[in-house]
Design a protein. Structure first.
Length: 423
């Protein structure tokens, strides 16, 4: 089993594909969903950019306390992804579930203004991540169902590029607000809430509704047929290739240090002032934006396994630089560049690999299974890394993650190796 699908849909022959041209390979729904994600990510990344510093320096959280909250931030969405994916397939309405998820996340943004303790913050972040968990699988299913299997990497690359544009603008907006406003953190949270509402409105007004996201008729498309049962969705785990994909995603997720910890390590390693901290995610976002589409298209051509593993090699190199490279001016752009390359080579490639593995009526459920396995593993990594940092310090904690990533990547490379005559 390996991360690629070389099959070509019957309706998309080579000659027809040439007539359509490269620009026609991206369906309109992908562009609209990309716009929704762009706006929503501006809102989310405004908060994400300042949250680590706000918790550690303003509220005085320890690395263990922050790791717990960061784990909640990622772990809750992982658990809810399964529910969101199954419900979207069951009611045959991916837009409805995605809209509920986006709406719940938007409602949670103003609550950050009144949450000051670990309990209240944890509850708000859990609700916000519940919204993310509900929307992720239905949204990716709409992208997948609207795109021929041979161009999945490109379509997800375009979506992730637009999504990352928001991730790039969010930290920049937070930086400007912190410099201009007296109550900087409250202003960031308030503006973030307003932007999130705009994203929900774009989804409601412009994303095609039930049965239209894949360009199929109501009677013949994914909207037809009896409701999907839980047993049917769980039976996907019997598919050897999907099971291997989910297992490898989880294995590698166990050693993937969360973004927030990476930025804290970069700040400490390079001695960056606190006022510049919100700009660190901008470096990752710029590289992700530039590489998402070409790397996605490359994965379609050379195989998604190769690109996926190469992305984790980039992350391992970033860990090594943080551990052993001297604190020179080039350290920060090098680490952030490798961090962005990691996301460009993995974030869209992973769901693209499912196109040929999961039938259309179970597409959201299949995406949720793989996404949940990865997110739960990263939840565990956040808790373990925060605890290791508290007990032994940031250096030994990162060294342990680097060694673990090297071993897990070797195992994943064997598990995902080409089988038979496939490349």
């Amino acid at each position: 089993m390996y991360l690629t699908d070389r099959s070509q849909p019957v309706q998309d022959g080579p000659e027809q594909d040439r007539r359509r041209g490269p620009g026609r390979r991206v369906a309109p729904v992908v562009l609209v969903l990309g716009t929704v994600s762009l706006i929503t990510d501006i809102s989310s990344e405004m908060v994400t950019a300042v949250l680590p510093l706000y918790l550690v320096t303003t509220l005085g959280f320890s690395p263990l306390g922050f790791g717990t909250l960061d784990g909640v931030y990622n772990g809750v969405s992982a658990l809810v992804q399964l529910t969101g994916g199954h419900l979207a397939d069951r009611v045959r309405d991916h837009k409805l579930l995605a809209g509920l998820g986006y709406g719940l996340s938007a409602l949670c943004k103003p609550l950050l203004l009144v949450a000051g303790g670990i309990g209240s913050l944890g509850a708000v972040l859990a609700l916000e991540r519940t919204g993310k968990g509900l929307r992720t699988a239905p949204r990716d299913a709409m992208i997948s169902l609207s795109t021929p299997a041979a161009h999945q990497g490109r379509a997800f690359g375009v979506h992730r590029a637009m999504d990352t544009t928001g991730a790039m603008l969010g930290p920049l907006a937070a930086f400007l607000i912190l410099r201009a406003a007296a109550d900087g953190y409250d202003a960031v949270f308030g503006v973030s809430a307003c932007v999130a509402v705009l994203g929900v409105l774009v989804l409601v007004l412009f994303v095609p509704g039930k049965g239209r996201s894949s360009g199929t008729d109501e009677e013949d498309g994914p909207a037809a047929g009896p409701p999907v049962r839980v047993r049917e969705a769980l039976a996907l785990l019997r598919v050897p290739r999907l099971r291997a994909l989910a297992g490898c995603a989880a294995l590698l997720g166990l050693t993937t240090v969360s973004d927030a910890f990476v930025y804290l390590l970069v700040q400490r390693r390079a001695g960056i002032g606190e006022e510049w901290f919100p700009l660190l995610p901008l470096g990752t976002a710029v590289v992700f934006l530039l590489l998402a589409v070409p790397v996605g298209a490359l994965a379609d051509r050379v195989g998604r396994r190769t690109v996926f593993l190469a992305g984790h090699a980039s992350l391992l190199t970033a860990y090594a630089l943080l551990l052993w490279a001297p604190a020179t001016p080039v350290l920060v752009p090098l680490v952030l560049g490798l961090h962005g390359t990691f996301y460009a080579a993995t974030d869209g490639v992973l769901p693209a690999a499912l196109a040929g593995l999961v039938p259309e009526h179970l597409r959201a459920s299949g995406l949720a299974i793989v996404g949940t396995s990865q997110a739960l593993a990263r939840f565990c990594c956040s808790l373990a890394f925060g605890a290791a940092w508290t007990v032994w310090g940031d250096g030994p904690a990162l060294a342990g993650s680097a060694v673990g990533l090297l071993c897990c990547a070797a195992v994943a490379g064997l598990a995902l190796r080409p089988a038979g005559g496939n490349r």
